[in-house]
Design a protein around this ligand. Structure first.
Ligand SMILES: [Zn+2]
Length: 244
């Protein structure tokens, strides 16, 4: 966590860090309660971002429709920055591919302080991204996580080729193959468009992984404070189609 995030989120983060050190199963409940208490004592930076999971998804999809139709809202960057200097309460978290053509804030026509975005090539959940999303949910009270894949994903395509040809990619890139491999293996015998199927399966797998991520995310899902959903972004028209 950068110093700015730590400073801006000081009371709830310090609270959560102490609790995380405890490591007990009840930690998730304590964290969620702690975040709620923190919200009571400090007014949210964006009151309009306090939404139910369903309302959060609806807002995302309405923003995507504006983006697709080319009628995105204008943003006053200067005043947005000033309003958010004291804190953040994003209305959704996104686990997106790192592909430069995706840009979740544009794709959902959202402003600063609206989306908590974690990105990695192949949009799969690592320990670090799960930890980041735990922070978003337990401390910032984010009600929705969207796993966002996209068509023609180069990372998924590279994983398919690496596994098919039994080759090893250079540098640290084999770690991407490891993350995407379960989805590729699950669809490899199905025939048809393996890339499209693996992209979809990868989204489904990671939605399931986040739903089951104990103790924090799974507890929030159980308490109906969080929904985890998945979608695929179309590069040509920018439309996000929900898959789960
Ligand atoms: Zn990609």
């Amino acid at each position: 966590m950068c110093e700015t995030c730590r400073r801006n989120s000081s009371p709830p983060f310090e609270f959560s860090r102490r609790r995380l050190l405890v490591g007990a199963a009840s930690t998730a409940g304590l964290l969620l309660a702690g975040a709620a208490r923190a919200k009571e004592t400090k007014p949210p930076a964006k009151p309009q971002n306090i939404l139910s999971p369903d309302a959060s998804l609806e807002r995302l999809l309405k923003g995507n429709t504006r983006y697709v139709e080319g009628v995105s809202l204008r943003h006053d960057f200067k005043h947005e920055r000033e309003a958010l200097a004291g804190g953040q309460n994003p209305y959704a978290a996104i686990l997106s591919c790192a592909d430069s053509r995706i840009a979740p804030e544009y794709a959902f026509d959202s402003a600063r302080g609206d989306l908590f975005v974690c990105r990695v090539a192949g949009n799969f959940a690592t320990a670090e991204t799960i930890a980041s999303l735990e922070y978003a949910v337990a401390v910032l009270a984010v009600p929705l996580i969207l796993v966002l894949g996209h068509d023609s994903c180069g990372a998924v395509d590279a994983a398919i080729k690496s596994l098919k040809d039994n080759t090893t990619l250079p540098g640290h890139m084999p770690s991407l193959v490891d993350g995407i491999a379960p989805a590729v293996k699950a669809v490899s015998q199905q025939g048809g468009d393996t890339l499209a199927k693996a992209i979809r399966q990868n989204v489904l797998d990671n939605v399931a992984k986040l739903n089951a991520a104990t103790p924090i995310l799974s507890a929030a899902v159980e308490q109906h404070k969080l929904k985890v959903v998945g979608g695929i972004y179309g590069l040509k028209d920018g439309r996000v189609d929900m898959v789960i």
